[in-house]
Design a protein around this ligand. Structure first.
Ligand code: IPM
Ligand code: MN
Length: 360
């Protein structure tokens, strides 16, 4: 019996998590596992009512779950940063979800802005470190509000953080790289950095990367790309990539670029993973206030997040069945992946996926 915490959150979060849970329920019946879901109302509304974001007591409670499914965090009436830091980043940090796993995968039938690229070319995974870098909050102001104001926000990494992220990425590349999936001759892990300018941080990453690769993962090919060049190749030659690993800030930026190449925010899912603890899965698209309550938002990213959750829990068959069902729906049913243009409502899209999972 899996204990799943559902934080539907703000905006369209509740609409998309409802569909994800619908598909989860069908998968549980079909594949014979049991789960129990518990809803938490953390988000903008609760913050405006009570001043609470994600209290420490809630973090303690969340430790008792097997996994967390998150909808979206962000509210138009709350100043930027409060909910993001107070809920999303707090959960990632306090639960030590040190990996942010973000597949960049184009599904059949989905339009990409990249010319002459299809599902065969756009098929790689970004392993984003999820606890360090500029996200630690190290820094501050001096002389704030004066003409001589100084602001510092420092990128921070220690060897332990870098090593555990690299180890996850090497293991992942060994199990899910292109060779492992029958799509290439090698499993390849590429480090994305900026060794020509960030000569401390990415020097540490690069040394740790080659040391670990050489000593412990000699069968995995190693590549290195500067982050700026990575952006270029993500557009021009995405087929070069297999598994990419990078720091928190670069990972944040390149995965938005990746998301748009895979058909947009309606489809991009990610996992905040603590391999030894409680992980949290989310559609990476945000709360989309403009579409809230209309039943027009695309729930497939949330459904894919639920599939990633099941895979991490060890329900691999169920995860694959959901992913297959999503592919079936994108290839054969939806007119477009964009909100309001799918040709179906949010809940009808959930029904289509659930039906296909049940029918397999
Ligand atoms: C993401 C988001 C978050 C991040 C924000 C909302 C704090 O952009 O999940 O990529 O920067 O990590
Ligand atoms: Mn982001």
């Amino acid at each position: 019996m899996y204990k799943i915490a559902v934080i539907a959150g703000d905006g369209t979060g509740p609409e998309v998590t409802t569909e994800a849970v619908k598909v989860l329920k069908t998968a549980a019946e079909k594949f014979g596992f049991k789960y129990e879901s518990t809803e938490f109302d953390f988000g903008g509304e609760r913050y405006m009512r009570t001043g609470e974001t994600l209290p420490d007591s809630a973090v303690e409670e969340l430790r008792g779950f097997d996994s967390i499914l998150l909808g979206a965090i962000g509210h138009p009436d709350v100043a930027p940063g409060i909910l993001e830091k107070g809920i999303l980043l707090k959960a990632r940090f306090d639960l030590d979800q040190y990996i942010n796993l973000r597949p960049v995968r184009l599904y059949p039938g989905v339009e990409t802005p990249l010319k002459n690229k299809g599902p065969d070319e756009i098929d790689y995974v970004v392993v984003r470190e999820n606890t360090g870098d500029q996200y630690t909050g190290a820094g501050g102001f001096t002389l704030k509000g004066t003409p001589n104001e100084v602001a510092v926000q420092t990128a921070v990494y220690n060897r332990f953080q870098v090593d555990r992220c690299l180890r996850y990425a090497f293991e992942y590349a060994g199990k899910h790289g292109k060779k492992a999936r029958g799509k290439g001759e090698h499993n390849t892990l590429a480090l994305v950095g900026k060794t020509n300018v960030l000569t401390y941080i990415y020097d540490l990453w690069e040394r740790a990367f080659h040391e670990m690769g050489e000593n412990e993962y000699p069968d995995i090919s190693r590549d290195y790309y500067h982050v700026d060049a990575t952006c270029m190749w993500m557009v021009k030659s995405p087929e070069w990539f297999d598994v990419l690993v990078t720091g928190n800030m670069f990972g944040d930026i390149i995965t938005d670029l990746g998301a748009i190449t895979q058909g947009g925010m309606g489809l991009a899912a990610g996992g905040n993973i603590n391999p030894e603890g409680v992980s949290m899965f989310e559609p990476i698209g945000g709360s989309a206030p403009k579409y809230t309550g209309q039943g027009v938002i695309n729930p497939l990213a949330a459904v894919c997040a639920a599939a990633m959750m099941l895979e991490t829990l060890g329900e691999v068959k169920a995860a694959e069945a959901i992913e297959d069902a999503v592919k079936f729906v994108t290839a054969n049913k939806l007119k477009s992946m964009s909100a309001g243009k799918m040709g179906f409502s949010t809940s009808e899209v959930g029904d289509l996926v659930a039906q296909h999972v049940a029918d397999q």
